[in-house]
Design a protein around this ligand. Structure first.
Ligand code: MP5
Length: 211
């Protein structure tokens, strides 16, 4: 199937992503607080733009089924912002930060795809990003369970509801994609998978604007 082919083609990227030192250290309880806080700040920006991405996609969705599913996801994204905000308040962490070049590149790519790509390309990048987080946090959960320090994040991206949403999204993509759609879908999937890897790498290394 299309979804299996996409995952098979991106397998090296996917494996590097799941095995990234950031996730490995997080799952073994050795990740520095500084690195984790940098992720909190940058991922908050990412989710904020995720809501704008969904807004664009809802407006473009041709039928009620798709619009409703995406609207429910937008509500879930909005509730995620609260998790970040509560964490930031508890740790006196500012969320008023500039996006790094990689965060800005990734969110700009997502928004550009939602605005000017085909509907199936936009569903592809969304499915890829969500599946990436589901797989990454599931690997963390397999090692760490619902460890208190990260419980809310682990729960958020590994819950049965989140798994169903990712599956539903994949089904929507699979049933709407035609044969001529395949090359742009593959390209969109690979670019998104690479950005997912880069995002973990960016928060691990502290990669930011040099000036
Ligand atoms: C997601 C995320 C999942 N929060 N951050 C990145 C870099 N990729 C994917 O999206 P959501 O909106 O948190 O479910």
């Amino acid at each position: 199937t299309l979804l299996d082919e996409l995952l098979a083609e991106a397998r090296p990227i996917w494996q590097a992503m799941i095995a990234h030192p950031f996730l490995h250290e997080l799952a073994t309880g050795t990740l520095s607080r500084e690195r984790f806080h940098f992720w909190v700040q940058q991922d908050y920006r990412f989710v904020q733009d995720g809501i704008r991405f969904l807004g664009l996609l809802i407006a473009r969705a041709p039928d009620e089924e798709l619009r409703r599913g995406l609207l429910d996801a937008a509500v879930a994204f909005r509730n995620e912002l609260t998790i970040f905000e509560e964490y930031a308040r508890q740790h006196a962490l500012s969320l008023a930060v500039e996006p790094t070049p990689i965060c800005l590149g990734y969110t700009s790519f997502l928004l550009a795809t939602a605005a000017t790509g085909s509907l199936v390309e936009a569903l592809t990048v969304l499915w890829c990003a969500e599946k990436a987080y589901y797989d990454a946090w599931s690997a963390v959960r397999a090692q760490l369970g619902l460890a208190p320090a990260y419980a809310r994040w682990i729960e958020n991206w590994t819950s049965p509801q989140f798994a169903s949403w990712v599956d539903w999204l994949g089904e929507q993509l699979a049933k709407r994609a035609t044969t001529p759609d395949r090359p742009p879908i593959r390209a969109a999937f690979l670019a998104t998978a690479r950005y997912e890897y880069l995002f973990w790498d960016m928060v691990y290394t502290g990669s930011n604007w040099p000036i």
